[in-house]
Design a protein. Structure first.
Length: 178
């Protein structure tokens, strides 16, 4: 059992297991628990569990401690090349484990931020490829969404949220892991 999140599972962990041995870990930067049993042929078969857990992602070398990204300031302050009105409320994405986990699976390395000041709620997302998004709203008004770059990060988040609201769960829970 690992109490750190990894992505991908190190081959050395699987090599250390004996046949029928069980691996339990989380996928780095998510709340997704993966369990797997080592097969006689050396492979491992498992699934994404229904429970959640959060562990610090493994770090090493130059990425410890992680530094701020340059685009985060842009995401908070500049106009986007695509400005729309969003359908759903602005919220702290990082605190919504289910949604944040799937967002990080779909957009690896995405960073999330949130601030609330005098009733103005602002959430922003930033990806290592330079794409960013910011949504702001007051009260229950529809949010104003600014997006920049090759990915429409807020649109991706809205698609994840719509699936979750329609089905009550996200598609990854219980999924088979080869």
């Amino acid at each position: 059992m690992a109490t750190v999140g990894v992505r991908p599972v190190p081959a050395s962990w699987l090599a250390a297991l004996r046949p029928s041995g069980r691996l339990v870990t989380t996928i780095g930067s998510t709340s997704l628990i993966v369990t797997a049993e080592k097969q006689q042929d050396g492979s491992a078969v498992g699934r994404v569990e229904w429970d959640r857990a959060g562990f610090m992602r493994t770090r090493h070398g130059a990425d410890y401690p992680p530094g701020p990204r340059e685009n985060f300031a842009e995401a908070r302050e500049q106009d986007g090349e695509d400005v729309t009105t969003g359908p759903d409320p602005v919220f702290d994405v990082e605190q919504a484990w289910n949604l944040a986990s799937i967002l990080d699976i779909m957009v690896p390395g995405v960073l999330c931020g949130y601030a609330e000041d005098a009733g103005l709620r602002t959430a922003w997302l930033e990806n290592p490829d330079g794409s960013w998004a910011r949504a702001t709203t007051v009260g229950s008004d529809p949010p104003r969404v600014h997006q920049w770059g090759s990915r429409r990060l807020w649109d991706t988040l809205d698609e994840i949220r719509a699936y979750w609201l329609q089905y009550g769960e996200l598609p990854v829970r219980g999924a088979h892991v080869p």
